[in-house]
Design a protein around this ligand. Structure first.
Ligand code: IPM
Ligand code: MG
Length: 372
């Protein structure tokens, strides 16, 4: 196959545990290129404090070039105590938020699935976890994360005041709502829109736009609305009630961490952040685990790589259009969990914890077995 037919994946480990988990996900992606002729070339690119020390930029020029030329990005994590050594301006210039925004990644897809093998070690009870299979779609390119004006100002009396702005245009709401209705249609046909319309104007508009779109184009999808405080409670009380949930940027940030408990562990969750589809149906995309940089365990080789590995499965399905390979990888992960492989975050009492790379080995061995 000529190079032009190859899809390009930029691999960016980033900071904290990002590089450790990403290197396992990278091995998994290599397995598919080598064993299943997946037409992908990978390009490793540096990002974060380490890149800043070397080049004076959090996103060095060669990383930017890799990003611009990529069909998809596999990202690890960002954040941690060392990041304070990067001056605020350089930090902002190279932030993950800015990267998401520059690629117009408006739909952040976070599937919440409980593997029965984890019922025992999960913080919630088995009867609560049974049947959990839903997706949070978080608006990712607007809202209070990006709204202007923002800042910290000093008032006339010398005291300081911090301020941010939540803002959403109708079109920003409509496009993420449309994405979510379509997703619901491909699943169990139910969409729950989460807002705070009893208090916030942005939420009043959010609800109006969602309802209008429902009536105009998606009457076959069952639509419900929930206030965000109630949604937080329902996610831990009865998470199996949800199919697709759509919400704004900051509510989605908070609710998806909350929903991690309905999946057994934050370390298990993958995500895809997607931009608008072009004429060929291609979208800018970043695939990354939902967990952050976890500075307390960074460099110890004990982090759970499954969130990153399952992000590769999402990449296989959504960007590389290899649904069969995606399913194969998800089965491999199910199998290693069913076989008792555990990293520290998902190990129950008395269970031995594997290292990050040993968990990677287990997934590769399982892929070998399934492919044989
Ligand atoms: C996430 C993270 C990020 C966010 C941080 C690292 C800026 O918490 O992806 O959920 O708030 O979006
Ligand atoms: Mg978050």
């Amino acid at each position: 196959m000529s190079d032009t037919n190859m899809m390009r994946v930029a691999v960016i480990g980033g900071e904290g545990i990002g590089p450790e988990v990403t290197s396992q996900a990278r091995r998994v992606l290599s397995w598919f290129t080598e064993r299943r002729n997946l037409p992908v070339v990978m390009q490793d690119a540096s990002f974060g404090v380490e890149a800043y020390r070397r080049t004076g930029k959090v996103i060095p020029d060669e990383t930017r070039a890799a990003i611009d030329g990529a069909d998809a990005i596999l990202f690890g994590a960002t954040g941690g105590p060392e990041t304070t050594e990067v001056p605020t301006e350089a930090r902002k210039e190279g932030s993950l938020l800015k990267l998401r925004r520059s690629l117009d990644l408006y739909a952040n897809v976070r599937p919440i699935l409980t593997d029965p093998a984890l019922y025992g070690s999960a913080p919630l009870k088995e009867r609560v976890l049974k049947g959990v299979d839903f997706v949070i779609v978080r608006e990712l390119s607007s809202g209070v994360y990006f709204g202007e004006p923002r800042g910290i100002e000093t008032l006339a009396d010398g005291t300081r005041r911090g301020f941010n702005t939540t803002s959403y245009t109708e079109e920003e709401i409509r496009r993420v709502a449309r994405f979510s209705f379509e997703l619901a249609r491909s699943r169990r046909g139910r969409l729950c829109s989460v807002d705070k319309a009893n208090v916030l104007e942005t939420s009043v508009l959010w609800r109006e736009v969602v309802i209008a779109l429902h009536e105009a184009e998606f009457a076959d999808v069952e639509l419900s609305h929930m206030y965000v405080d109630n949604a937080a409670m329902q996610i831990v009380r009865a998470p199996a009630q949800f199919d697709v949930m759509v919400t704004d940027n900051i509510f989605g940030d908070i609710l998806s961490d909350c929903a991690a408990m309905a999946a057994g562990s934050l370390g298990m969750l993958p995500s895809a952040s997607l931009g608008p589809a072009d004429a060929h149906g291609r979208r800018n995309a970043i695939y990354e685990p939902v967990h952050g940089s976890a500075p307390d365990i960074a460099g110890k080789g004990i982090a759970n790589p499954l969130g990153s590995i399952l992000s590769v499965a999402m990449m296989l399905r959504l960007t590389l259009k290899q649904a069969e390979d995606a399913t194969l990888l998800e089965r491999a992960v199910n199998d290693v969990l069913a076989g008792g492989a555990r990293t520290a975050d998902i190990a129950g009492p008395g269970e031995t914890a594997l290292s990050t790379s040993a968990m990677g080995d287990a997934v590769l061995a399982s892929l070998d077995r399934l492919a044989a």
